[in-house]
Ligand binder design. Structure first.
Ligand code: AHM
Ligand code: MG
Length: 335
């Protein structure tokens, strides 16, 4: 009989034993995994349980909140507030920092997108939960916004759970990127994708081209370049776009290429990206770098941006290193 393989907690504990500076993250991850399993169950039965559709409420981003988003947000924030590992949290669904329950303050901060890609729930397309963990930097027990507003570079752990044909958790503690698949029969995440590495250059680009008219000239030139025919540089690239960051990033991580959500000029006075720095761009950037790839806002590494607000948005170019280097050259107007 074969051994079960490495469960996620065994993997975290082994990493800590080899890299004591990694810190004790098994407790935080253990609690996150427990809620991920519950969310996975709810996502899988959403059609049956009748919890699809809109609540009609509007979240802090001005978007309609769907029932499953609310559910995921509630269960993560309640579970983690009493975990004893986290002092303060930021969630896409909540305007202000979420404090830990009194007496339960721990040494980490958690930023999360409870259910990313929620516009896809109704059509049975992959959605996911994204998380980012930092160490607390302020004095005292209670955490504050300052603890949450740290650059991505200082993350101690980041990852996502993708609820797809199977449920997978992909994470990094700064020692490579590792993927685990949930075996529903035993309720454990088992190591299925050890030490994931992104190809240095890919063949796929992923972007919402419906926004083409709102892009900067340099963005248009870059995307046009990807579509030109040049066998030597393996162009044209293929286009894949799901509209769920977790799913689009997951494919990019495994197959390489570039995912982008460029700044748009819908409002010419306020050009902006769509994706949020703290709980979308930064954790994915951490994973991309750990897998040998890169993430940029077009000008600088996503991981070097000092956040100014919990819900700050950034343009995002993420994927294979050579593809991101090239995209940056176009965006900066160097080619
Ligand atoms: P959400 O957090 O409200 O679900 O929005 C983020 C999502 C990402 O998953 C995805 O990459 C992007 O929005 C898709 O946006 P668009 O529909 O404009 O292409
Ligand atoms: Mg999101």
């Amino acid at each position: 009989m074969e051994a079960l393989g490495s469960t996620i907690i065994r993997h975290v504990v082994t990493t800590q034993r080899r890299q004591p500076e990694a810190g004790d993250l098994s407790g935080v991850l253990n609690d996150l995994l427990a809620v991920a399993k519950v969310i996975s169950r709810e996502v899988n039965k959403a059609g049956l349980a009748g919890i699809l559709g809109l609540t009609g409420e509007v979240n802090v981003q001005g978007e309609e909140v769907q029932k499953l988003d609310e559910y995921a947000n509630d269960i993560i924030s309640k579970q983690m507030a009493t975990s004893g590992y986290v002092c303060v949290m930021a969630s896409e669904e909540v305007d202000d920092p979420i404090p830990a329950a009194p007496g339960c303050e721990g040494e980490y901060t958690l930023a999360f997108d409870p259910l990313d890609g929620s516009s896809n729930i109704d059509v049975n397309v992959n959605i996911g939960t994204i998380f980012s963990i930092h160490r607390k930097i302020t004095q005292g027990k209670a955490g504050s916004a300052e603890d949450l507003l740290q650059p991505g570079r200082t993350q101690v752990c980041a990852g996502y759970i993708v609820y797809g044909s199977s449920t997978m958790l992909v994470y990094s503690m700064g020692y490579g990127v590792h993927g685990f698949t949930l075996d529903p029969s035993i309720g454990e995440f088992i190591l299925s994708h050890p030490n994931i590495k992104m190809p240095a250059k890919g063949k796929i680009y992923s972007v919402n081209e419906g926004n083409h008219n709102y892009w900067h000239e340099n963005t248009k030139r870059y995307v046009d370049y990807l579509k030109e025919s040049d066998p030597e540089t393996k162009r044209p690239y293929s286009l894949r776009y799901i509209g769920s960051l977790v799913a689009d990033f997951h494919r990019t991580l495994l197959k390489g290429g570039i995912f982008m959500y460029p700044r748009d000029y819908k409002d010419p006075h306020k050009p902006k990206g769509k994706l949020r720095l703290l709980y979308e761009a930064a954790p994915m950037a951490f994973l991309a770098e750990q897998a040998g790839g890169r993430a940029s806002d077009g000008e600088q590494d996503i991981l070097d941006i000092a956040p100014a607000g919990l819900h700050q948005r950034v343009p995002l170019y993420i994927g294979s290193r050579e593809d991101i280097d090239q995209a940056e050259k176009f965006i900066k107007g160097e080619v």
